[in-house]
Write a protein of this length. Structure first.
Length: 255
């Protein structure tokens, strides 16, 4: 593993830590098992600064790296690792159609998800190894970006069992396409200023949504969208916002 550029803080001698991986708001520290004690000052300092720190040993990742590397070499197209490799338009189209299926069969889509919901139950460190090997091979590792990174984790944390059973399989199989309905005209990424409203119907059975969204990349190819809308206008702007799953073929949606 290669050290990532990290924030300032205590440093150890080069042979004491194999990698200090900055994962955004936190760190995964990778070292040989016998060097855990030497890592203590670094780990304590980072935690004092408010960062989440996971300490893992090289033993936790070696088998995972080798397994993933072997799978990639076996399943990527012939010549993928050769200098100057290119695909024709037709070959790339076929690859894009076949690759999500291969990822699913290999169990690599959302592999850190719990096994009970279709993942491999990989540890945080094994997940880092997974991302590292796919990056090394320059291979796509996602079935659908929004489904893998935003929808699935949200459902695992907050969704009902009914919602998990309905939506997670399609994400894991790379069959469901999702788009994002967050930003709005004149709002950009400042979600506190969003104007789209969702009002509960008089009979309490559904919400009526009115508003506009921009930067909904892939919306015309998606089966579902994740929509952020204001459901309570009487609370501070950063509150009163709800997250909806919206079928993109609902009447009233215009792309």
């Amino acid at each position: 593993m290669q050290p990532a550029s990290g924030r300032s803080g205590p440093r150890l001698r080069p042979d004491a830590v194999e990698a200090l991986v900055d994962v955004g708001g936190g760190y995964v520290v990778v070292a040989a098992p016998e060097l855990r004690e030497a890592l203590a000052p670094l780990v304590d300092r980072k935690r004092e600064l408010g960062y989440a720190v996971t300490v893992a040993t090289t033993a936790e990742t070696g088998t995972t790296n080798a397994e993933i590397r072997a799978w990639l070499e076996e399943n990527l197209p012939d010549g993928w690792f050769d200098d100057g490799f290119e695909m024709t338009d037709e070959e790339r189209k076929q690859f894009n159609e076949d690759w999500p299926r291969k990822l699913f069969e290999g169990g690599w889509i959302c592999a850190t998800w719990p096994e009970e919901y279709g993942g491999k139950g990989l540890t945080t460190m094994q997940g880092v190894a997974l991302a590292e090997e796919f990056a090394r091979a320059k291979a796509p590792m996602r079935g659908d970006f929004f489904g893998d990174t935003l929808v699935g984790p949200t459902l695992l944390q907050w969704g009902t069992e009914e919602q998990k059973k309905e939506f997670l399989p399609g994400i894991l199989q790379g069959k469901t396409r999702w788009c994002q309905g967050f930003s709005e005209p004149n709002s950009g990424s400042d979600l506190a200023s969003l104007k789209t409203k969702a009002e509960l119907s008089a009979d309490g059975t559904h919400y009526v949504v009115n508003g506009s969204k921009i930067w909904t990349s892939g919306g015309h190819h998606s089966q579902f969208g994740i929509l952020i809308a204001r459901t309570d206008p009487d609370v501070p702007k950063h509150k009163g916002i709800s997250y909806f799953i919206v079928p993109m073929d609902l009447p009233g949606i215009e792309l």
